[in-house]
Design a protein around this ligand. Structure first.
Ligand code: NDP
Ligand code: GDR
Length: 332
């Protein structure tokens, strides 16, 4: 009998790539999907990867414990990936209670559902470099103290410690992946990388002239989501559960990302980017730079895609979405 995995958040960026990764390895995939009046649109990422028909979708919401228990009972999974979250840091300042409920307590609901309905299942909880916030060390590893700077970061910190607690108190094979930013053509349009690559495509194709951004000086350690879902899976293949930082070890400012993305299609970002003070956050995470040495040593994990490859893949995908390709165009 092959393995079965349950993914909450299967309609999101990571959920879609993880489902594809697991299907390619012969794992049966079930996904928790919340009800929506636009449920066809919610499946867009699975459609993009051509795997919608290959996964079993189970209705439910991670803020609802009975949904979580029912999903675990129905799927009888060997592995549970709890990817569902209100994942946008910016929105967490406007919706702190909702973020606490979904991103923090949602993790507890899934841990309880696991403990009650399927205690031998292995459990992966994505936490976040946002927990480092106001960074306490120049490179952040598993031993760096946390200092979250947003309601999202604080909710993830709660999820992190509950994951550790269920491992230590209830013997659940539960691991927390402290993942740094990871992007792809399937990234939500509200996140800065995708906002930029979408704007680059529209501007290059003559459909827009400018894009409004916030803090250009913030720096992030950006990897490719396809590499990061492999790290999630590797954590659950280990005999012992543990917590791992997953990062590339390279940090880049938003300004530099703009330079790379606009430069790829022959444009000067300074002519098209306008700064809007309304897009600054009440408290900013200025710089993140991860140290994934433990993941390399224990999991044998290293990122494959470079930032340059990521940027070109994202811009190419957005050009395609907007009905053009760069190579077909005359130089700007
Ligand atoms: P996305 O925002 O793309 O996906 C979030 C998913 O959660 C969607 O499928 C969404 O469903 C689902 N969801 C939201 N609320 C609920 C709910 N109440 N019940 C059930 N499902 C819900 O996130 P990513 O794929 O980028 O990230 C995956 C996880 O990893 C998240 O937990 C995120 O916080 C975390 N993370 C992400 C990083 C990154 O750089 N991408 C870095 C570190 C951590 P719907 O489609 O209906 O909205
Ligand atoms: P982040 O990603 O907050 O790191 O969280 P995001 O892309 O939203 O912001 C990165 C940095 O860019 C600055 N910025 C802008 N951000 C957005 N979204 N829009 C803008 O116009 C803009 N201009 C500048 C931000 O201020 C910030 O400094 C992501 C999410 O995936 C989380 O779920 C995850 O946990 C962390 O990455 C690791």
């Amino acid at each position: 009998m092959g393995k079965t995995a349950l993914i909450t958040g299967i309609t999101g960026q990571d959920g879609a790539y993880l489902a594809q990764f697991l299907l390619e390895r012969g794992v049966q995939v079930a996904g928790l999907v919340r009800r929506s009046a636009s449920s066809d649109a919610a499946l867009a990422r699975l459609d993009w990867l051509g795997i919608t028909q290959d996964v079993r979708l189970i209705d439910g919401d991670i803020t609802d414990l009975s949904s979580c228990i029912r999903a675990v009972e129905q799927a009888r999974p060997d592995e549970i990936y709890n990817l569902a979250a209100q994942s946008f840091v910016g929105a967490s300042f406007q919706q702190p209670l909702l973020t606490a409920n979904v991103t923090g307590l949602g993790c507890l609901n899934m841990l309880e559902a696991t403990r009650i309905a399927c205690p031998l299942a292995r459990f992966y909880q994505p936490t976040s470099s946002e927990m480092f916030g106001k960074v306490q060390a120049p490179r952040q590893s598993e031993s760096t103290p946390f200092y979250p700077r947003s309601p999202y970061g604080a909710a993830k910190l709660y999820a992190h410690w509950m994951t550790v607690n269920y491992r230590e108190s209830h013997g659940v094979h539960a691991s927390s992946g402290i993942l740094f930013n990871h992007e792809s053509p399937l990234r939500g349009i509200e996140f800065v990388t995708r906002k930029i690559t979408d704007a680059v495509a529209r501007i290059r194709l003559g459909k827009a002239r400018h894009v409004l951004l916030g803090n250009l000086d913030a720096a992030r350690d950006w990897g490719h989501a396809r590499d990061y879902v492999q790290a999630m899976w590797l954590m659950l293949q280990q005999h012992q559960p543990a917590d791992y930082v997953i990062a590339t070890g390279r940090t880049t400012t938003i300004r530099q990302f703009c330079d790379m993305a606009f430069g790829y299609v022959g444009l000067d970002w300074r002519e098209h980017v306008q700064v809007d003070a309304a897009l600054f956050r009440p408290a900013e995470v200025n710089i993140l730079l991860g140290d994934a040495a433990l993941a390399k040593r224990v999991l044998g994990w290293s990122p494959m895609a470079s930032l340059e490859q990521l940027v070109t893949e994202m811009v190419d995908a957005d050009l395609k979405r907007h009905g053009g390709t760069y190579r077909n165009l005359a130089p700007a």
